[in-house]
Ligand binder design. Structure first.
Ligand code: DX5
Ligand code: ZN
Length: 230
């Protein structure tokens, strides 16, 4: 369990015709990160946005842009996203031939680096790269689409990952954020945070519940209040 909770609305569920307004609105509502889902119709069966869109939204917000790469191969996109203003870049280990090299490449480009584990991906892949991680992202749905149902076995996996991070910290290791992505709602965020997440992505939960004037203050506050009920 952790004391700070970061909320990362996924703009996958935003109005793409008004992305500048949408990212400004989530920042005004207290978002900690912009979660930016990159899909390539190869690693996942969907196609979204690339570095040009990242560059276009960058001037609209101060908060970090959290780029989640669902692409294969990975490496060629890293310099492009770093140049486009990404702050964190995460990727799926099975999409890179050389995971250690890709993590180093992200950091060499001045970004924080992380690995994303699908629901069926074991935690073993983390073992030899813990010192190169700024973030571990656990998928709580299979990647490719917003609006899917949270997979409950993620809770046990979160607890195990939290224990790994705490052991790493206890041995003098660097800080590592633990993010969850997929199906996060007001009715399950408390158990997600209690299981050890400190960063929650929420796409459809946020962008599907606008305030009367189009902002997202009330849903963001509801997520924080619900998380505090743990
Ligand atoms: C799924 C994406 C998620 C997605 C989450 O592949 O990585 O970030 O947008 O959407 P919700 O919160 O609607 O499950
Ligand atoms: Zn994502």
């Amino acid at each position: 369990m952790t004391s700070t909770l970061r909320l990362a609305p996924s703009i996958l569920s935003a109005d793409f015709a008004r992305l500048g307004d949408e990212v400004r609105a989530i920042e005004a509502a207290g978002a900690d990160l912009v979660h930016f889902d990159v899909m390539d119709n190869h690693y996942v069966p969907n196609l979204t946005m690339g570095p040009l869109v990242c560059e276009a939204i960058r001037p609209h917000v101060q908060i970090p842009i959290d780029v989640h790469l669902m692409v294969e191969p990975v490496d060629a996109l890293i310099p492009l996203f770093a140049k486009a203003g990404a702050n964190l870049i995460t990727f799926h280990p099975e999409a890179s031939r050389h995971v250690d090299r890709t993590l180093s490449l992200i950091r060499e480009h001045g970004c924080k680096a992380g690995l994303v584990l699908n629901p069926a991906t074991p935690l073993d892949v983390l073992k030899h790269v813990m010192d190169k991680l700024d973030m571990i992202l656990l998928m709580s749905v299979n990647p490719g689409f917003g609006g899917q149902k949270f997979i409950d076995s993620t809770l046990g996996k979160l607890r195990q990952t939290r224990a790994l991070i705490n052991a790493h910290r206890g041995a003098g290791g660097q800080e590592i954020w633990l993010e969850v992505d997929g199906g996060v709602k007001t009715d399950n965020i408390a158990s997600i945070v209690a299981a050890g997440a400190d960063t929650c992505v929420a796409g459809s939960a946020v962008f599907g519940a606008p305030d009367a004037e189009g902002g997202y203050r009330s849903v963001m506050q509801s997520l924080r209040n619900a998380a505090a009920q743990r």
